[in-house]
Design a protein around this ligand. Structure first.
Ligand code: CTP
Length: 402
């Protein structure tokens, strides 16, 4: 994670979902970020400050008149030291104070003194959330540049069903990381193919491969963090859609081809990380084939080559990046694919290094034949290395056109 050492101030207000913030703090600390928690008095009724002190490895402050050092004006110092201020859960009461500039506790004083990005996660009963006053206050906060992570719908602590649940810690974490990340892909439209495809023989049998989709999903998450507009066209996988990414689910190579072609004109960057099946059964049996019927061979035909089709129609200002997972002659095979499919860069590795794993060891080969060897690293880091190269390519294209 490239954000090591960035400082997060978390303001916790009094709601039953405070327990989720414990996990959020844990996730932020695990990602090597620095966390400081401040609490309102009512938050302490739900959870003891001691819990946050241990989890954040930092003191927890509750009151404007408390200070960690006598020379500090605590709320000003806390606001100056943080790169991001998260207020979660944010009660209707705290939202109202924030919207109207009422600074009657440490949290609201910090909010007024803070100059950086603010992420607010409202959580309350659905009637309180939908009340015109709360909605008006949220509108004011949005107009003031505050980022609001909308609450989710579901069963609430009071027994009611509706909108008001605090999103899961992983979602708040991702929203926070997106706010802290660089924005070198802002406005860039990125389409990513991911996962395996399934070529069905009958409703219950198919030809496929062991691709997990992890590399493509990591790319989508990383591109979104860098503020790209991301469409992820994916074959079957259990992975969760990264926050803010548009996901299109497909099953077969033909469907993936159609979905890519639909957005081919409006896309700036194509990243083809899917392990697309090269062959599909010539005929599909609508009914499950019974073993008594016997099946001696399955006749196959070629699927469309999506990367090649994109490469053929690629405009000068579009970028195409592909993958090559090889068992042998990695560089030679990858270079041939790059040329044949008119790619700008290809990410090559040996098959055993990638499938199903959380890490990948790849080399990045460009059109000129330059090779960058990367050590084995988490797929999220590989994704950032690939996007660094893409950002450079976009910059060069931009310089050529201006
Ligand atoms: N690809 C694609 N559509 C296909 C086959 C491959 O878009 N029908 C893309 C992959 O997503 C990858 C690149 O092309 O970015 C290379 O895929 P790979 O399977 O390694 O190569 P193939 O061209 O299928 O060649 P081979 O299977 O013979 O190695």
């Amino acid at each position: 994670m490239r954000l090591k050492g960035r400082r997060i101030l978390i303001g916790v207000t009094g709601g039953i979902s405070v327990y989720k913030i414990c996990e959020l703090v844990r996730l932020l600390i695990k990602a090597n970020l620095e966390v400081k928690v401040i609490m309102t008095e009512s938050a302490t009724k739900f959870i003891a400050p001691e819990t946050f002190r241990v989890l954040s490895r930092n003191e927890v402050l509750l009151d404007v008149f408390e200070y960690s050092q006598p020379s500090r004006v605590e709320h000003i110092a806390l606001a100056e030291e943080a790169d991001l201020f998260i207020i979660a859960p944010a009660t209707a009461n705290t939202l109202a104070k924030m919207a109207h500039g009422i600074a009657d506790n440490l949290l609201t004083c910090c909010y007024l003194a803070f100059k950086g990005p603010v992420l607010v996660c409202p959580a309350m009963n659905s009637r309180m959330y939908s009340h015109p006053t709360t909605q008006r206050n949220l509108k004011v906060l949005k107009e003031n540049g505050v980022h609001i992570l909308e609450p989710e719908s579901g069963s609430l602590a009071c027994g009611a069903e509706g909108k008001g649940r605090l999103p899961e810690p992983e979602t708040i974490f991702e929203a926070a990381i997106q706010l802290l990340s660089i924005d070198d892909l802002k406005g860039v439209k990125v389409a990513i193919t991911a996962g395996p495809t399934r070529e069905h023989i009958d409703p219950v049998r198919f030809i496929s491969n062991p691709s997990s989709g992890k590399m493509g999903f990591a790319l989508a998450k990383a591109a979104k963090r860098r503020k790209a507009q991301v469409t992820l066209i994916t074959g079957p996988t259990w992975l969760e859609t990264p926050l803010g990414v548009k996901r299109v689910d497909v099953v077969s190579a033909q469907q993936m081809y159609q979905e890519v072609m639909k957005i081919a004109d409006e896309t700036d960057v194509f990243i083809m990380s899917a392990a697309v099946a090269d062959y599909t059964p010539k005929s599909f049996s609508e009914k499950k084939i019974k073993k008594e019927e016997g099946i001696s061979c399955i006749e196959l035909e070629r699927t469309p080559d999506i990367a090649e089709a994109v490469g053929k129609r690629k405009r000068r200002n579009q970028i195409l990046v592909g993958f090559a997972a090889e068992t042998h002659d990695v560089i030679e095979n990858a270079m041939n694919k790059l040329k044949k499919k008119n790619m700008d860069m290809i990410v090559a590795n040996t098959t055993t290094e990638a499938f199903q794993k959380d890490t990948n060891k790849v080399m990045l080969i460009d059109k000129e034949g330059n090779i960058r060897y990367l050590p084995e690293m988490p797929k999220e880091d590989v994704a950032d290395e690939i996007l660094d190269e893409i950002a450079l390519m976009l910059e060069k294209l931009h310089m050529q056109t201006t």
